[in-house]
Design a protein around this ligand. Structure first.
Ligand code: TMP
Length: 210
């Protein structure tokens, strides 16, 4: 049975994930074997209707959301994406580039919200049925750079972007720990560099998959 590769992109808000994803989808498309399905770009939370609606809820600054509910909402969005779209795409041999996945929940809800990495890992094992990325690209920027790039976007910050410096510092160090524990899967990229250099580094980290 053909199985496409699942590549996830992780990092702080403002790390440059969206820019990298757009560059990568173009480059990966050009590298696919003739006749192979084109790669798909998806984001979390989102990608299917239920998950896009959950996205609106979790981002709404007017919404009261406790830490446990937050972790479960992200996991619910993920469960639906996995079942409705991700699993069928991978089974059809499609390479999927996914902007955030379980590692975001481990860093944001597990570490920064204080729920504990292992508790959040457990609810996500249920949500994903154990689906694990073939490779994860961690875009590493300082929390200060992330904050600066976010404010350059010139739109109102969402519910999570309104959190303080301690929150983002906890996420950054959790990501570093996750990468240290799984160096084969998680490849750290210096995302303080210009976007072209980040794209080149990302492609180098994916070379052995194709
Ligand atoms: P983004 O698409 O702009 O990155 O927005 C998603 C926001 O949700 C971002 O602030 C990170 C946060 N998030 C979590 O806290 N946990 C998760 O599991 C995911 C996927 C995202």
């Amino acid at each position: 049975m053909p199985s496409g590769k699942l590549i996830t992109i992780e990092g702080l808000d403002g790390a440059g994930k969206t820019t990298l994803a757009q560059g990568l989808i173009r480059e990966l498309g050009a590298r696919m074997k003739p006749g192979a399905p084109p790669p798909e770009l998806l984001r979390e939370p989102g990608g299917v209707e239920l998950s896009e609606r959950i996205r609106e809820l979790v981002k709404d600054p007017a919404m009261r959301v406790g830490a446990r509910a937050e972790a479960l909402l992200y996991a619910a969005a993920r469960a639906q994406l996995v079942e409705e779209l991700l699993t069928p795409l991978l089974a059809a041999g499609t390479t999927v580039l996914l902007d955030r996945f379980v590692d975001s929940s481990l860093a944001y809800q597990g570490a920064a919200r204080g729920l504990g990495i292992e508790a959040v890992r457990a609810i996500n094992a249920l949500a994903t049925g154990g689906l694990t990325p073939d490779r994860t690209l961690l875009l590493r920027v300082s929390p200060g750079t992330g904050r600066e790039r976010q404010s350059e976007r010139g739109r109102e910050p969402d519910r999570l972007e309104r959190e303080g410096n301690d929150f983002f510092a906890a996420i950054a160090s959790a990501y570093d720990e996750l990468a240290g524990a799984e160096p084969r899967r998680i490849r750290t990229i210096d995302a303080e560099q210009a976007s072209q250099a980040v794209l080149a580094a990302a492609l180098a980290e994916l070379e052995d998959l194709f």
